[in-house]
Design a protein around this ligand. Sequence first.
Ligand SMILES: [Zn+2]
Length: 112
Amino acid sequence: MADIHLELKAKLEKQRDQLQAELAESGTPPADGMGYGTHQADDGTVAFEQAADLAMRENARRMLYQVERALFRMEKGTFGICQRCNEKIEVARLKAIPYTRYCLHCASVAQE
Ligand SMILES: [Zn+2]
């Protein structure tokens, strides 16, 4: 395995751990003790925060999936290969987005 892959693997594993921690953390309801006796006006805020939290979790989950897929491809030895044109993905691009599946050209076409 090339050095760059080892470097990116460490990066991906760190990212995966962070995302997993993030998902585990935000799953628990806030324990601020002001759940009862809130006025109608506050419900909108709570709903908004829950929606924002949900969107964030959805994002983190999707990202985690991509990161895990990338680590899986590393094990299989297909990491860094564009899944669309089978060309090598630019190293600079991999450094910026280690979990990417496409080379720069295909990403602009496929809208990753
Ligand atoms: Zn490509």
